[in-house]
Design a protein around this ligand. Structure first.
Ligand SMILES: [Zn+2]
Length: 373
């Protein structure tokens, strides 16, 4: 039996594909934890990654979205009270129009421009007017983790990364994974112009229904460029899947969003959390499942790389995440002022359009939490 107190890193996978990728990047697996409270309904995988003892949890089958992620995280922190770093690792839809983001690339939530790295949004009443409501902002990762991100990014500038090798080793050791988790043929990375909408019948393939002449052609990456590439910036989270390229571009333009996903906001205002997303589609109407397994792998490979950069003593210096939950966010004083602009937990209404760079324009429908203690 493993001792729950030994685990300092929490890792949340939303869907089965992400869970499989995470499990296979562990360096060793540990036996299950002893019996837990009857409240716990999560499935956990315990093991070692680099120098860290890691708990991986997944959302219950078929229960995706923000509320489910929140519940899984809460139960995890209660069952493994020594967790000090929380990672949410999985797949998401990329925004290819402002940055050169391609399928299999990795987006890492990074604070900037008054945002903590992830914000929650919802559609307004009139989707045709492209009105979005931003409803909050995630608690950012601890400063030590952000410093580690900077270290990883700096290393990649000169040396690049070896994720392809990491993934190939997993596939060589687990041949059953190869067909769904290996890198798909590059020809299946198809990016349509934003106005091209997939036929209402989802089952129809893009080719020949969407028109090859409307694809955006991109030059191949060179050997001196990282592939997959890693992008640091803002992630938008909602309970609804983003599948509209025009809406995607509009929100991306306003806030420089790099990625859309469906779970991270569940941890909003509760825990500091780093979100890592492998890009499996372009958040448009042309859904393409072929890249999901590989994108889950690249996100997990980045998380492993990150954990290799941070020392166990650095992790031990962070507060237990369960304390954030029990005490509100007050334990997170240091540096939090920087992020508080725009992190209203209530329902701050934002109307897009015009030169609105910031947050909190309009009326507040919800409570405002003041984080500074
Ligand atoms: Zn299509």
């Amino acid at each position: 039996m493993s001792n729950p107190e030994d685990y300092t890193v929490g890792w949340i996978s939303a869907v089965a594909t992400e869970y499989v990728a995470a499990q296979h990047l562990l360096d060793e697996r540990h036996p299950p934890a002893p019996r837990m409270s009857s409240r716990n309904k999560n499935h956990y995988t315990l093991g070692k990654m680099g120098m860290h003892n890691v708990v991986i949890a997944t959302l219950p089958l078929g229960r995706y979205g923000i509320a489910s992620a929140a519940l899984v995280a809460e139960e995890m922190m209660n069952s493994f009270p020594n967790i000090r770093i929380l990672l949410m690792v999985g797949i998401g839809g990329g925004v290819p129009t402002r940055h050169d983001i391609r399928l299999g690339d990795i987006v890492v939530s990074a604070p900037g421009n008054g945002s903590a790295g992830v914000f929650q949004y919802d559609y307004g009443k009139t989707i045709q007017d492209q009105e979005f409501l931003t409803t909050g902002s995630l608690t950012p990762p601890q400063p030590a983790l952000l410093a580690t991100l900077a270290g990883v990014a700096a290393r990649h500038v000169g040396q690049g990364h070896t994720y392809e090798q990491t993934i190939n080793t997993v596939l060589d050791n687990n041949p059953r994974l190869r067909s769904n988790y290996g890198r798909p043929d590059l020809a299946s990375d198809r990016l349509y112009q934003s106005h091209v909408v997939h036929p209402a019948d989802d089952d129809l393939p893009c080719d020949p229904n969407c028109g090859d002449e409307l694809l955006i052609s991109r030059r191949p990456r060179t050997q001196l460029e990282d592939s997959p590439a890693i992008h640091y910036g803002l992630i938008a989270s909602a309970n609804q899947l983003m599948k509209d390229a025009v809406a995607r571009d509009k929100l991306a333009k306003q806030k420089d969003v790099l990625c859309f996903e469906m779970e991270a906001a569940g941890l909003m205002d509760n825990f500091p959390c780093l979100v890592i997303r492998g890009i499996c589609d372009y958040a448009d109407s042309h859904k393409n499942k072929v890249w999901q397994g590989y994108a889950a792998m690249t996100a997990a490979a980045y998380a492993k790389d990150l954990l290799g950069e941070i020392e166990p003593w650095q992790v031990e210096q962070e507060a237990r995440i369960v304390n954030y939950y029990h005490e509100g966010s007050n334990v997170y004083n240091e540096g939090s002022n920087f992020y508080n602009e725009g992190s209203n937990a209530g329902g701050t209404r934002i109307e897009f359009g015009g030169a609105n760079n910031g947050f909190q324009v309009g009326m507040n429908h919800g409570q405002i939490h003041h984080r500074q203690g």
